[in-house]
Design a protein around this ligand. Structure first.
Ligand code: CTP
Length: 407
């Protein structure tokens, strides 16, 4: 799922009932209300409506089954569930309510329900007898106790031509209740515990020019650095990022300084540093650059091989650490492929850091260009091993540790 400038990200679950087509209208209304929507369908839902319809409207692959041969993401239910602000199921059949109430996770949507920490809202629709059945009512009670929000079905003529409760609530109403919940939650979770802090964060990968056409760079997307910037801003901090090359856009309302090469990034950082109270080196800075930048395009004529002489770039994190002023907290990342904790701890000592966030980039779901990460947060006193989680959640865990260090 892409980091997006939309306000919210909604996981829209569609289960197999005649009202499945109304999920399309809910999707459109949510999209119009500044939501990115990702769709998960049950197999029965695909009997009523084609995944292609949702794929065309969301521009994303619609998952029905994690085990599908075409599934582009083998741990899709984890990635999907970690990136949504709300799981909204429209329509919710008696069968899906029964599965959710009992923890059955035998398809993508039900696995997502179990794997998600986001709030869940369901809009049931079914035949009146099924709705009133004691089993369904018992499942509804269980789900309500588990914190699931209900948009209750209304009374009217049902698809089976009987009259009674079981008709899906109006799509406008479902959408407005979903948006109300999202906004309420955003206001409640907006703890301003970083007010007074001023974050300076390096983000993305640097580019080191070889000639006017070529450069040396790396796979950094900027997602982790921007997730930190967004979370810190949300929690009341002032945020400035010095950004290299990124594949995603910076969040809104933060100051952005461009620093494409290590040298430019270093200069940008040192200029902004006096105002910072927390420095985070989240960028993948090239360690070496061509010793000379050739001013005109290097031609390959008469050359069977080409040797570039490289020299070290400035180590921005070490430079910041050496020039730290009173009260500045310095945090680094350590992206490793082996001896992760050992290397991370030695970086912490060598660069004199208050905290290092270590990750093994060979692990599935960790490292460059993913929306998730698996990290260990190391401070002088503590080591916090974290499971696979979204970069947004990891950003908040890092910020929690910042607060602890301040105290
Ligand atoms: N870093 C930096 N400037 C550099 C190199 C790294 O600011 N020229 C910062 C990164 O932003 C990160 C930390 O240092 O926070 C560790 O980066 P990493 O590439 O893992 O380690 P290096 O110090 O470059 O050491 P090595 O490449 O040998 O692992």
């Amino acid at each position: 799922m892409n980091e997006s400038k939309k306000k919210f990200c909604v996981g829209l679950g569609v289960s197999g009932g005649i009202a499945a087509y109304k999920a399309i209208e809910v999707l459109r209304l949510l999209q119009k209300s500044d939501c990115e929507v990702q769709v998960a369908m049950t197999k029965h839902a695909t009997e009523f409506i084609q995944p292609l319809t949702f794929r065309a409207l969301t521009d994303s692959y619609v998952l029905v089954d994690d085990y599908e041969p075409n599934n582009p993401d083998p741990i899709a239910h984890i990635n999907f569930s970690q990136n949504i602000d709300l799981l909204l199921i429209v329509p919710a059949t008696a069968n899906i309510l029964a599965k959710l109430a009992n923890g059955i996770a035998d398809d993508f949507l039900t696995s997502t329900y179990l794997a998600s920490t986001a709030p869940v809202m369901v809009a049931p629709a079914m035949n009146v007898t099924m709705w009133e059945h004691p089993t369904t009512q018992r499942n509804i009670e269980t789900l309500k106790k588990d914190g699931v929000h209900f948009v209750e079905p209304v009374s009217g003529e049902l698809a089976c031509k009987t009259v009674g409760t079981g008709k899906l609530e109006d799509v406008e109403n479902i959408t407005s209740q979903a948006l109300k919940l999202l906004n309420q939650r955003e206001n409640n979770t907006s703890i301003q515990d970083l007010t007074g802090e001023s974050f300076l964060i390096t983000v993305g990968g640097t580019r080191e020019a070889i000639d006017p056409v070529r450069f040396i760079s790396n796979h950094s997307s900027g997602k982790m650095g921007f997730a930190l910037a967004k979370a810190a801003k949300h929690r009341g901090a002032e945020v400035t990022v010095v950004k290299g090359k990124t594949s995603v856009e910076p969040p809104e309302d933060i100051k952005v300084v461009n620093g494409i090469s290590a040298e430019e990034m270093c200069q940008g950082v040192m200029k902004e540093l006096p105002n910072a109270t927390v420095f985070v080196g989240a960028a993948a800075v090239a360690d070496y650059r061509p010793k000379e930048i050739v001013t005109s395009k290097i031609k390959k004529e008469k050359k069977d091989s080409l040797t570039l002489e490289l020299e070290k770039t400035p180590d921005i994190l070490s430079t910041v650490s050496k020039n730290r002023h009173e009260g500045l907290m310095v945090i680094g990342f350590a992206a490793e492929t082996n001896n992760v904790i050992e290397y991370a701890k030695s970086k912490m000592q060598k660069k004199n850091l208050d905290m290092v966030v270590a990750n093994d980039i060979t692990k599935k779901g960790a490292g460059f260009n993913t929306d998730t990460n698996i990290a260990t947060i190391i401070t002088q006193e503590n080591q916090l091993d974290l499971p696979l989680m979204s970069k947004r959640d990891l950003a908040n865990k890092i910020l929690n540790e910042v607060i602890k260090l301040r105290n």
